[in-house]
Design a protein around this ligand. Structure first.
Ligand SMILES: Cc1cc2nc3c(=O)[nH]c(=O)nc-3n(C[C@H](O)[C@H](O)[C@H](O)COP(=O)(O)O)c2cc1C
Length: 389
């Protein structure tokens, strides 16, 4: 068995380091601020270097460092992952693009045509991260008032229609959320491999939909025992539907030659954390985010308060936004923890670090080899078609 290892490509700027979290000085996202020597806006004037140039550097670096592909997240106010993946594909060779998107904001036929075009243009390098949204202000930003469980019903219906039209025969569908009449992909787009589906969400509704559609059930990192139980639940539910999904975890990494050096980096970043923010509750209806809150003390006074098990640290969200959990330690310790996750049944990792460029090389060259390169899926230009069942 091999493991698929992805790197995250930031879609909303890039911090120079976790030590200076407020300044996104890569590409043209940073704007002009004290100490910001961002290319793209030198002396306050655009100089032609744009964020896509930085994202391309990260994609190329992570491809060179041995990653199979990159996750392109999607939030209000980020770049659009579909558009950027099309541009980044021209900068890379075998690198896969895991596009995060919320079904429901696209008609499935539009998604099918975009996906088939991308498959055709890239030699089959598109992967989906199907997300169904966390409610609250971020959901309303999209004008989406559909409630939590109905968002998963919509996701499920969307994937059903997407798979239906992918077959290339005229397809009719009348559902709660989507309708099509005689829909079929253009002839030249028929026959492309259907993208692998990574499926996120911790709620019962998410697990139900994942049982039907996930090739990989994807979770944020959690304490390992809890993660194992969560995977067992997904496995059992999917088995009742005759399916056997694989498992993937999205993990921030801060690894250095020694454990002390790794925690020293965290400590420097922690100096910028506002205690008010550290103790603030996230808004929304995400069950996954609620689970995370359950492992974080209600009052946080220091960074070691959120080390929930050795090397597993739940403070990343406070340094740079995004998911809370990641691994902090020496290269060997982090590799050991990844090995433990593989023993728990994990088949794929989506790793991340700030700044994305340098950390891609560091993690790819210092941590991954300790797991043994033979464990990694080797990139190929065209991956095998995933089933459209
Ligand atoms: C690994 C992972 C990546 C995610 N990426 C995104 C993202 O890029 N954009 C987004 O809006 N939500 C993202 N989400 C959040 C999901 O949309 C959803 O809010 C979350 O999984 C909560 O669903 P639940 O209530 O079923 O737990 C992600 C979730 C996970 C687990």
């Amino acid at each position: 068995m091999t493991v698929d290892v992805y790197w995250r490509i930031g879609m909303g700027g890039d911090h120079a380091s976790l030590r200076t979290p407020k300044i996104r000085n890569r590409g043209d996202w940073g704007g002009l601020g004290p100490g910001n020597i961002t290319p793209a806006l030198r002396d306050g004037e655009p100089d032609g270097y744009a964020y896509i140039d930085h994202a391309a550097a990260v994609a190329k670096a992570s491809e060179a460092a041995g990653f199979l592909g990159g996750l392109l997240p999607s939030f209000p106010g980020t770049e659009d992952p579909w558009a950027l993946s099309a541009a980044l594909a021209r900068e890379t060779t075998t690198y896969r693009f895991m596009v995060a998107f919320q079904p429901g904001f696209l008609h499935p036929l539009q998604a099918a045509r975009m996906s088939a075009s991308l498959q055709r243009a890239t030699g089959g390098r598109l992967v989906y991260n199907i997300i169904s949204g966390g409610g609250g202000p971020a959901q309303l930003w999209w004008g989406d008032k559909v409630d939590h469980d109905d968002r998963y019903a919509r996701t499920s219906e969307f994937l059903h229609v997407l798979k239906g039209v992918w077959r290339g025969e005229p397809y009719d569908f009348d559902g709660r959320f989507f309708t099509t009449r005689g829909a079929a992909l253009p002839e030249h787009l028929v026959g492309e491999p259907f993208p692998e589906i990574y499926f996120s969400g911790s709620s019962g509704a998410a697990v139900n939909a994942a049982g039907l559609h996930a090739d990989y059930y994807l979770s944020w990192l959690e304490p390992f025992a809890d993660l194992g139980r969560k995977f067992d639940g997904v496995r059992e539910h999917a088995a009742k539907l005759g399916r056997t999904p694989k498992f993937a975890v999205r993990i921030d990494i801060l690894a250095r030659h020694t454990e002390e050096a790794a925690w020293a980096e965290i400590e420097k970043g922690w100096r910028h954390v506002d205690p008010e923010i550290a103790n603030r509750q996230a808004q929304g209806d995400s069950v996954g985010a609620g689970r995370i809150k359950g492992w974080v003390p209600s009052t946080i006074t220091g960074y070691r308060d959120v080390e929930v098990q050795p090397n597993v640290w739940a403070g990343f969200s406070l340094l740079r936004g995004g998911p809370a959990f990641g691994l902090v330690g020496s290269y060997e310790q982090v590799a050991e923890r990844l090995d433990q996750l593989l023993d728990l049944g994990v088949d794929a990792f989506i790793l991340a670090g700030n700044p994305h460029l340098e950390e891609a090389y560091r993690v790819g060259e210092e941590v991954l080899p300790l797991l043994g390169r033979s464990r990694f899926t080797r990139p190929t230009a065209l991956h095998a078609p995933a089933s459209v069942a």
